[in-house]
Design a protein around this ligand. Structure first.
Ligand SMILES: Cc1cc2nc3c(=O)[nH]c(=O)nc-3n(C[C@H](O)[C@H](O)[C@H](O)COP(=O)(O)O)c2cc1C
Length: 328
């Protein structure tokens, strides 16, 4: 077992979840730029898939992006090919990334076929081995964390999975409380997080179903986890970590800057619109989208310009009650 104990780099207990197709450098930059490191304690890249050869540094650098913030960003790898993972983990450490995270939760078919992501939840010993190989490869230079789901088809093995990550030398364990079979269903059972927390001595991070700023502390007090991680909740409200109320104009500013930055790095308008709609589907911040009919109308827009005009009109629309006046 990797014997080196590591201080985790996080600056507060609240973490932004890794989300493929979302938490790229553009989206992360927008969120990190709007939070000081006391409110948002850490973020992650999207998962970076390792197949059968170590990834080039340029691939890792692309996921890390160029901007740096006071909030640390961990790099997440997903794979099960031990030599390729070890070689990649070594490069991650050389690049000075503050933390390496390992994905044991991805339910996608590609990950399952490659026996990576949540496929490893079926085999705690294999999961332990993946962690150990990466811990050995980074050789004490950076902490390695593991992110699991509560199980594959059921949550019976959650303690065993947690202990396997710890035995492999993980410096932190994140438990997404849904099983692979539960996908991203709305209901969550935080008692599974509490079970994993009780099974290990390493720091733990709870994840699943946090929908408000109050939920962050509630998850910690109900489960005993040290950190709490937010996925969908941060897409609906990027200010969830600070709890700051925002105006419709602030909300619009976020969405417009998102588009601007995507276009600036060469995304085509249609692709930028698809990413914008991904947020609009769940967006709550600033009460910019007042009801479901308006949300649907936004999602039906065919052109980016048209969608932006509609959002701009919404920000100007009179409201019955001022949603908030405080600045974020
Ligand atoms: C669009 C999307 C992409 C995701 N990609 C990843 C990923 O790359 N790595 C990972 O560990 N989890 C990934 N997840 C899972 C989230 O990190 C998180 O565990 C999950 O959304 C549960 O948290 P929530 O209920 O707060 O959303 C993804 C989730 C979503 C919705």
């Amino acid at each position: 077992m990797g014997a080196v104990q590591h201080d985790l780099p996080f600056t507060s207990p609240w973490l932004l979840a890794p989300m493929e197709g979302v938490t790229d450098p553009v989206f992360r930059g927008l969120i990190l730029g709007r939070h000081d490191s006391g409110h948002l304690g850490g973020a992650f890249t999207e998962f970076v898939r390792v197949i059968d050869t170590p990834l080039h540094r340029r691939v890792l650098r692309r996921h890390l992006g160029l901007e740096r913030f006071s909030t640390p960003v961990g790099l997440q790898l997903m794979g099960s090919h031990l030599p390729a993972l070890a070689g990649t983990a070594e490069r991650v450490a050389e690049l000075g990334v503050p933390l390496l995270d390992l994905n044991f939760g991805c339910p996608a078919k590609g990950a399952l076929r490659g026996c990576a992501g949540s496929a490893l939840l079926l085999d705690p010993r294999a999961l332990e081995e993946v962690v150990r190989v990466c811990v050995d490869a980074v050789d004490g230079r950076i902490p390695v964390s593991a992110k699991i789901r509560a199980g594959y088809d059921d949550a019976l093995l959650v303690e065993e999975l947690a202990r396997a990550a710890e035995a492999g030398g993980a410096a932190m364990l994140t438990i997404h409380c849904r099983t692979r079979a539960e996908g991203y269903q709305l209901e969550t059972d935080w008692s599974r997080i509490a079970r994993a927390v009780a099974a290990v001595r390493i720091p733990t991070c709870g994840n699943g179903g946090i929908g408000s700023n109050q939920d962050l502390e509630r998850m910690r007090s109900q489960t005993g986890c040290e950190f709490a991680m937010v996925g969908h909740g941060a897409l609906a409200n990027p200010w969830i970590f600070s709890g700051g109320q925002v105006t419709p104009e602030h909300a619009l500013g976020f969405l417009f800057e998102y588009v601007e930055r995507m276009l600036a790095i060469g995304r085509r308008p249609h692709s930028a619109m698809a990413r914008l709609k991904q947020l609009i589907r769940v967006w709550k911040a600033g009460d910019l989208i007042p009801d479901e009919a308006t949300r649907l109308a936004c999602l039906r827009e065919k052109q980016l310009d048209g969608l932006q005009d509609r959002l701009a009109d919404l920000a100007q629309a009179p409201r019955a009650t001022s949603a908030s006046s405080a600045t974020p």
